[in-house]
Write a protein that binds this ligand. Sequence first.
Ligand code: ATP
Ligand code: MG
Length: 286
Amino acid sequence: MKAKGVEQSIYGLAVRGVTKHFHRNKRTNDKIHFHQKIRQIFKREKEIVRAVDDISLAVNIGEIYGILGANGSGKSTLIRLISTLLIPDAGSIRVFGDDVVTDSLKVRRVMNRVSVEASFFKRLSSAENLIYAARLYGIPATEAERKAKQILERLGFDANRMNEEMEHLSRGMQQKVAIARALLTTPMLLLLDEPTTGLDPKSKRDVQAFIEEIRQERNAVIVLTTHDMAEAERLCDKIAIIDKGKFIAEGTVAELIADTPSQNGAPATLEDVFIALTGKAIEEEE
Ligand SMILES: Nc1ncnc2c1ncn2[C@@H]1O[C@H](COP(=O)(O)OP(=O)(O)OP(=O)(O)O)[C@@H](O)[C@H]1O
Ligand SMILES: [Mg+2]
């Protein structure tokens, strides 16, 4: 199949016209009477949400592709679709030429995802969790421990706490363990779903510096979602702005800024671009 070969040699990740709907309970109108609201809840009226709406993108090896969007705009849904956790209703996703639906096992082997809702064995230590994960990939325990220590140190994680139960670690520390776990192996596709949300400023910088190092060291495709304009600007070769499930702009920071009129003569910032396109400022959770 010639077409597949051509695509494989061009893009590490190719997303074409992907859509994902969810059914959710219909939102109740605040102005209606209490008894009407109760009736609506019991009737369980459903509405359709287009969480991801006809999205296409392509990422080359060695590139970091950023997806910038507010809460609920569809970032995690898109990441879950790429990572084979959800099946698209329409469109196709190829990872190094393999389809995420029909070749999902192959895709899972070359990809790792980091998200804020990462799950661990909470009663085990981070060292034990990392060794467990490494063994699933066939990495010997001693090598896993050495590698894990090295990554955690680069992330500013106090190595003395590696033997503490996970449930005693702060959310930010757990986030660093999740990043280390994803990088014990050498994924060719790395999906980072808000890797720095909720981290303190120093940890944020540590994680960002680490992501930059990975880009230099490994020939990987990296997709990163964020609410943080400065982070997108610092790390991403290309940025897509997502709003209500749709990509409303895509380009390098310079291209996005060039397309936005300057504010009172001052050059536009990425934030101006976001506000001009979505009509609102992005809200930081922290
Ligand atoms: N499993 C699900 N069932 C129903 N609706 C869902 C489901 N997952 C996501 N949604 C809806 O899809 C939309 C997009 O959600 P998603 O989690 O992708 O947003 P997000 O951009 O990652 O937001 P955040 O910045 O808060 O993480 C939201 O309206 C959300 O309520
Ligand atoms: Mg999300």
